[in-house]
Ligand binder design. Structure first.
Ligand SMILES: [Zn+2]
Length: 260
């Protein structure tokens, strides 16, 4: 049994409903899905999806480049209303800092403010934070370090840095979530993190429809491919597949406070 701790079930490129996407992956052994929101509108959709599908839970959150121009106070109170109305909302995010190669849609300073407000919402509502981080290890760690004794629970989604950086997240009590990236031949550095991460501090995810694993690159990603991520973790950690499945499921349920 597996949990996909980070997927986006609603995407027009699938040409299928979130229920169809989820059912297909459920048949392949994914027992639980965390549907991750990236904007205020997507947070409403996330709430609707997890209300409709028993084995799907959801988050609310604003991605660093979503809802640009929106007032932070309006966005945050919108997220809070959705949390209050739906007990199947189990997290805040994905949120964080994103520094792309090209042009920024929201300045780094504004991204930082929006990130901090979502961290505070996560603490207030006692829900874990789903951290997005592209090219911003130092800034993300600096922001998070201010909340060290706040009771913040969090996961670094699609962890893609080295072991030195991984240890800094782990020292803050933050879980690491591994995606299909760990299967890419060029990412030996990530496999070192997989090998060394403590058994009780890692999650598995797909980030579907993004980031397909090796063997499916150039295609859409699906939650069912979380099995490929689990198989790679099993191989790298030299532990039986069923042990990895069980550890990652237990960790996800502990973080998201879900009783299976
Ligand atoms: Zn995502």
């Amino acid at each position: 049994m597996l949990v996909d701790s980070h997927c986006h079930l609603k995407d027009s490129r699938y040409g299928k409903s979130p229920l169809e996407v989820a059912e297909d992956s459920k048949r392949e052994g994914v027992a639980l899905f965390i549907n991750i929101a990236t904007s205020l509108e997507d947070s409403h959709d996330s709430s609707k999806i997890c209300s409709e599908i028993p084995y799907v839970y959801g988050t609310v959150g604003i991605y660093p480049h979503s809802d640009v121009g929106g007032e932070n106070s309006v966005l945050i109170s919108g997220l809070e209303k959705i949390i209050d109305a739906n007990p199947k909302i189990v997290g805040v995010g994905e949120c964080g800092i994103d520094i792309p190669e090209g042009q920024l849609q929201r300045s780094v300073e504004d991204q930082k403010k929006l990130f901090e407000e979502q961290i505070e919402l996560s603490i207030k509502k006692k829900l874990p934070l789903i951290i997005h981080n592209r090219n911003a290890d130092a800034l993300v760690l600096e922001v998070l370090s201010h909340y060290k004794s706040s009771g913040l629970k969090a996961v670094a989604h699609c962890f893609s840095s080295d072991w030195l950086t991984a240890q800094k997240f782990l020292n803050l009590g933050i879980y690491l979530s591994f995606s299909g990236m760990i299967t890419y031949p060029s990412r030996a550095d990530l496999r070192e993190v997989v090998a060394k991460v403590p058994d009780d501090m890692f999650l598995l995810e797909t980030d579907s429809p993004w980031l397909p694993p090796q063997g499916h690159r150039g295609e859409l990603n699906y939650p069912k491919y979380v099995r490929i991520v689990a198989e790679k973790v099993s191989q790298v950690k030299e532990k039986p597949y069923l042990t990895v499945a069980s550890l990652s499921t237990t960790n996800a349920c502990r973080l998201f406070n879900i009783n299976l």
